[in-house]
Design a binder for this molecule. Sequence first.
Ligand SMILES: [Zn+2]
Ligand SMILES: [Zn+2]
Length: 394
Amino acid sequence: MKFGIIGVFVEWKWTPYKKVVKEVPMKAAVCYEFGKPLTIEELELDPPKKGEVKVRLAATAICHSDIHALNGEGSAHVPLVAGHEAAGVVEEIGESVSLTKPGDRVVVCLLRSCGRCFYCTLGLPHLCEGDFALNRESRLRNRRGEVVHHGLRTAAFAEYCIVDQSQVVRVPESLPLDRAALLACGVITGLGAVVNTARVEPGSSVVVIGTGGVGLNAVQGAVLAGAHPIIAIDLLDNKLKAARGFGATHLINAAEQKNAEQAVKGLTSGRGADYVFVTVGSAAAVGQALSLTRKRGSVIIVGMPAPGATASFPVNPFVRGEQRIMSSFMGSTRLSLSVPRLIDLYQHGRLKLDELITGRYPLERINEALEAVEKGQALRNVILFDSAKENANG
Ligand SMILES: [Zn+2]
Ligand SMILES: [Zn+2]
């Protein structure tokens, strides 16, 4: 009996480490050629190594950065699995993992941080310069034995992903995982630009250029910061309508209203806005943003332009007006601080997540879901995996 109990204890204690020897097949959406539809196929996934965790995904939302990567506009190589706005349940952990454990329901984000480098020490883990094996190695292979790359440090258009332990943040049982997934990128990027990077003060005037998934979250960040007016600019009426729902006080359709500068000045005592957020990944929008900004006002570049993109603007009025240009990467987010706060706001009705989801799709229909996002027909389309049925909580 005694031996039996010890035997059970030893067996239980070592099971997670014993299990890690076998590769597991799983379904994934693989990009073999940029700009072409993804192929749904089974991939082999290695076990998590030191500091890494394997997450069984429940939901992955589609972000414009995925589309840029899949169109070859980044530095990625094919074959590739994209997807980086995800949530799921930790299934297995590698050696030396202390931040999470199997069974934890988590948000999975592309930000990874070492906790020791210059930027981590400064309290800016989103700029971490730490070295990770996952920066160089893939844990994915196809059936022909070819290495498949992890897109956007996550590779979450798949039933499982392997990420560094710093990339996951635990979420409560009460938060549905499809809503949780949105916290991994769009929400923190847009909202964080307003509250963490620019630190908008109550009563400030704010312009948000582009009201897609990130822009809407800049709008709701401006609401939380107490800004007024909150002016949304986009080319599509459906996106502007959504911006109204998220708290924009004024809407400008730049396709119809040719003089956005005049319109913004008319709403800001003729001066221009205190803060202008550029959430579209267009370098050309920076010049336009400066024309909407008051003296000593700030332009914050949030959307990621293509590699190699350059911006030009008239420098003389920029200098005379002491204007500022800054950028915000992933909302200057400290994941372990921001994610629980945002969940709290959501659960108390102060943060909108449900309204961000346009459609839910199985992995098999991912190409359809991607196309709708690319055409501007969706705010966020979410891929739901089979495990979502058990874990999404409606
Ligand atoms: Zn670091
Ligand atoms: Zn993203």
